[in-house]
Design a protein around this ligand. Structure first.
Ligand code: FES
Length: 584
């Protein structure tokens, strides 16, 4: 931790717009004053942007305007001037074809809004899955002082005496309906039970994972991740964040000071300890790319191997975010990592101090929620990175959500050329498949779908579900919802739509999965594999054709592989906050 605060007072960036008596300064101030601002708000005090992903079409973030007001209280108290602005809001639950296709669009919006507008620092208001990484990516590429406030999770779901979690029970109930164990009417009755309050998914899905990643990276106040959306303390956290960002601007404490390689390693280990979503892999790789940190898939495997999953939350365990908060929240998990020698204790956070200073005094208030190591859900909870002739650039699997007996498995491939092929055939009683087979799904990667849909946890055929079997090995270039579970190999790279080896797997091939040895092998000769790859042509492959314009075409043409974070090639890196002069 080598951060040295800048000298204060000094001239701020916002004074490039508002300072002086030139025609341009008067132009900028005059128009701002149409909002009824006293003159001294633009006198050189820190101007704090509040970047808001509020939207009524992103229900997980629909309460963020309220939190923005609380941030403003804190900014005013600390002597700053808050200005709220909207950005594109990708909603996981409803955006088509995938919210992931729009993560980069949101990140571009965030980056250009922060750079082009008259602010000195920014509070990032996020919640739903893609909003957190998008805001971190955009802010990292500008590198003005920035801090995250998460919207917080929904309250626990309850249905007929059972605790039900967002997403996780959607998959479970859906499988129960397909197996004939639940009626369609009961399924509909359960839908409101899962979403009882404002907030993001209440499982350790991608939203809770990314809120935890923001905190573990040091980019949010300690304790931010787990506070329920409707708990009064969520408002307090927003208020305190407003106070804090003003001081961060005075100190010139930037994302590049905080998001170092050590911070990313802390986040990766935290992800293992909480049984976090596999989506964190692509998102942290993308954020690291923006801030110029050399983070790779191998770092995920290396840092995660020794980390037991100690958080007993769905989808890996049984509780929900509300209980996590009552047990002490993420600071308890981070303290556990520190006590186990698995934390870079000196890593700097938005507090201006070290991460260890933030957590060293906390206590675990419920050892059935945050488990002692000897009761860990998985001894090696990190993300396993698999390689082999089927995934030369890597694939990922989440051991804590997988079935132990399937971690070493060899089976006959049953191939679905794309998601439509899967949907058309999976319920066919004549499908040639049994529980020892390996289900393979192609053309669902970043370019193939597009946006890398969360369909990797393909539902099993009804005839197998009826036997009481709930898991099989599944392989694809897709992602999986953080709320899902199963022995599911994801993000297989290179993806099928660019001619990766996944594209040439045929039904009947044998596939070997060996998680302990990190191996994913297509059991055909090198010569046969080369012959098939030579014959592969995109136009015959089942991949979606290139979109004929608009953002979808830009996405198709410029998205990078999942193995490096699926950012756009031209967005990788930090471009700073300098902005050209305007002319009036
Ligand atoms: Fe928005 Fe889960 S769908 S947080």
């Amino acid at each position: 931790m080598t951060f040295k605060p800048a000298k204060w007072p000094r001239k701020l960036r916002s004074q490039e717009w508002f300072g002086g008596t030139s025609k341009d300064a008067i132009y900028h101030r005059s128009w701002m004053k149409n909002q009824g601002l006293p003159a001294d708000l633009l006198d050189g005090r820190p101007v704090i942007g509040i970047c808001n992903t509020w939207s009524e079409l992103t229900p997980c973030n629909a309460h963020l305007r309220d939190l923005a007001e609380r941030v403003k209280f804190g900014v005013y108290e600390a002597g700053g001037f808050p200005v709220e602005f909207p950005v594109f809001s990708p909603a996981e639950s409803s955006l088509r074809p995938t919210a992931m296709m729009y993560r980069n669009l949101c990140a571009m919006d965030v980056e250009e809004a922060i750079r082009g507008k008259s602010m000195d620092g920014v509070v990032l208001l996020a919640g739903c899955d893609k909003t957190t990484p998008a805001l971190l990516m955009g802010a990292a590429s500008v590198d003005l002082p920035a801090i995250v406030v998460s919207g917080g999770p929904m309250l626990n779901g309850h249905f007929r005496g059972e605790r039900v979690g967002s997403g996780t029970h959607l998959w479970k109930f859906s499988e129960a309906v397909r197996a004939g164990e639940m009626t369609a009417e009961e399924f509909v009755e359960a839908e409101a039970s899962m979403s009882r309050s404002p907030g993001s998914c209440n499982t350790m899905g991608t939203a809770s994972t990314m809120a935890s990643m923001a905190e573990a990276l040091g980019m949010a106040l300690s304790g931010n991740a787990a506070i329920p959306a409707v708990d009064s303390r969520r408002r307090v956290a927003a208020h305190m964040t407003g106070r804090r960002i003003v001081q961060m601007v005075k100190d010139d404490l930037k994302p590049s000071d905080i998001m170092t390689k050590d911070a990313f390693e802390n986040a990766i280990r935290t992800n293992g300890a909480i049984g976090g979503s596999t989506n964190a892999v692509v998102h942290l790789l993308a954020v690291a790319g923006r801030v110029g940190v050399d983070l790779t898939l191998d770092d995920w495997d290396r840092c995660g191997r020794d980390v037991p999953t100690i958080l007993n939350l769905m989808p890996s365990g049984k509780y929900l975010m509300e209980e996590f908060f009552y047990a002490g929240g993420l600071p308890v998990v981070i303290k556990h990592l520190g006590d186990s020698g698995l934390l870079h204790k000196d890593a700097l956070t938005v507090s201006g101090g070290s991460i260890w200073d933030e957590v060293k005094g906390v206590k675990n208030w419920n050892e059935d929620v945050i488990l002692p190591v000897e009761k860990a859900l998985a001894a090696s909870g990190g993300i396993a990175v698999l390689r082999g002739n089927l995934a030369p650039k890597g694939a990922v699997l989440k051991p804590s959500a997988a079935t132990e007996s399937l971690m070493v498995h060899k089976g006959r491939a049953v191939v679905f050329e794309d998601i439509d092929d899967y949907k058309a055939r999976i319920d066919d009683e004549d499908l040639d498949i049994d529980e020892t087979c390996v289900m393979v799904l192609k053309n669902c990667g970043p370019r193939g779908y597009p946006g890398m849909a969360e369909v990797g946890n393909m539902g099993l055929p009804p005839k197998i579900l009826r036997k009481g079997i709930t898991d099989m090995v599944r392989i694809s270039d897709a992602r999986m919802s953080g709320t899902a579970f199963g022995t599911v190999v994801l993000h297989t790279s290179p993806e099928a739509a660019v001619g990766g080896p996944l594209a040439v797997v045929q039904s009947g091939d044998m596939i070997e999965l060996d998680v302990p040895n990190r191996k994913l092998h297509l059991d055909i000769s090198d010569a046969e594999l080369a012959k098939r790859l030579d014959a592969w042509k995109v136009e015959n492959s089942g991949a979606n054709p290139r979109p004929d314009g608009g953002y979808a075409q830009l996405y198709h043409d410029r998205v990078l592989g999942a193995d490096t974070g699926a950012d756009f090639d031209f967005l990788v890196g930090c471009r700073g906050n300098a902005v050209g002069k305007e002319a009036h």
